[in-house]
Ligand binder design. Structure first.
Ligand code: UT7
Length: 335
């Protein structure tokens, strides 16, 4: 079924864990230093969830959703689908979306789905939500990205642990039925190349290689990343996605008000912006404060730029991402 329904981001929110882990703190844990990390990645500090409770992925999502509901002027029961992107869900079962449904007091039995698309998870969720809204199947979809990577990172591996942090952001998307409101998702893309799976994986803990005392003791169960390979894939992929979006919407780089790429490394962001000839003034970068929060980076940066007044209604915004899998995706929208 095709309709003329426009999809609009009605409200956003975020939650950032209270504990800040500065590069200087990492100096006490591994052989590294603040200068190296900042120069090579653009990161100074990241947030770390409490392990005492209150900041589990679904908890962060709960707080972020309350903010988004307020901004969208909606009630919890207005939500008719929850898409929860995370590589670090609260449990294996049940999914985090159902935990969030309950904690928000949603009683309409809305569908609840977790999305495992690594750093591309939010863009995957947003683009899937766009499709559901456009068919008329749903009215208000809550798209969540909530990550507690600090649990899955090997804090003795200086090649990876310096990059990651915890955090959450959400967006509520729904139909825009007003003729005088131009907010709309203009183009979207989802992709993946499974042949690059070994560049970033976590092979222990699933059905093939269940967790054993031996691999727990050896620390084999943590995320494993080949940084240099990921770096190369990232710039190529982001630039390709951006071109694809502009072609689909018949736009040029000058039309973009804000470019929000996945925040994995500031050098990846700068190289991509250069390739695309997008001025860095138009790029939302907050990696210095939060590091790489996987699916969280794009919606956190988006909400932050709305809050501080950079992004306004009517602005053309491009989300562009890549991650383990290797997954990728992009969304071009008029906010
Ligand atoms: O969400 C997406 C997934 N992740 C990514 O996209 C990550 C993309 N990759 C990166 O961001 C970068 O590759 C890293 C930041 C991970 C690494 O930076 P690099 O410039 O590629 O460094 P490198 O791995 O080539 O290492 C250069 C040197 C090595 O020393 P030698 O062999 O030249 O003596 C490393 O041992 O830097 C050393 N090194 C460090 N030194 C201090 C590696 N990590 C550190 C560290 N502190 N934390």
């Amino acid at each position: 079924m095709t309709t003329n329904i426009k999809t609009k981001i009605k409200g956003t929110g975020f939650y950032l864990p209270k504990q800040i882990r500065h590069n200087k703190d990492l100096e006490k844990m591994i052989d590294t230093n603040d200068e190296w990390i900042f120069e090579r990645t653009g990161i100074r500090e990241r947030r770390i969830c409490s392990t005492e409770g209150g900041e589990w992925p679904a908890d962060m999502a709960h707080n972020a959703t309350l903010e988004a509901l307020k901004n969208a002027n909606l009630e919890p029961n207005d939500i008719d689908l929850i898409l929860f992107a995370s590589v670090t869900p609260d449990y294996k079962l049940p999914n985090s979306a159902t935990i969030l449904q309950t904690s928000l007091g949603i009683t309409n039995n809305c569908g609840c789905l977790d999305i495992a698309a690594a750093c591309s998870g939010f863009v995957y969720g947003l683009n899937l939500a766009n499709g559901m809204i456009k068919t008329g199947a749903n009215k208000n979809i809550l798209v969540v990205a909530s990550e507690m990577l600090s649990r899955e990172v090997d804090w003795s591996d200086r090649g990876s642990c310096i990059l990651f942090g915890d955090g959450c952001a959400v967006a509520i998307v729904g139909a825009n039925d007003k003729d005088d409101d131009s907010s709309e998702i203009l183009a979207s893309y989802l992709g993946a190349d499974g042949t690059g799976r070994e560049f970033f994986d976590q092979p222990i803990g699933g059905s093939v290689n269940p967790m054993t005392i031996e691999n727990l003791e050896k620390g084999d169960h943590y995320m494993q990343m080949r940084g240099r390979e990921m770096f190369k894939v990232a710039t190529r992929t982001l630039a390709k996605n951006a071109k694809r979006m502009l072609e689909a919407a018949d736009m040029t780089y000058e039309d973009i008000d804000w470019f929000i790429p996945h925040q994995a490394n500031v050098r990846i962001i700068e190289t991509t912006a250069k390739l695309l000839k997008i001025n860095l003034d138009k790029v939302v970068i907050n990696i210095e404060k939060y590091g790489n929060t996987s699916a969280g980076t794009i919606p956190i940066a988006f909400h932050e730029a709305i809050l501080d007044g950079r992004i306004n209604r009517g602005d053309i915004v491009l989300f562009d991402t890549f991650g383990a899998g290797l997954t990728t995706g992009a969304t071009l929208l008029r906010y």
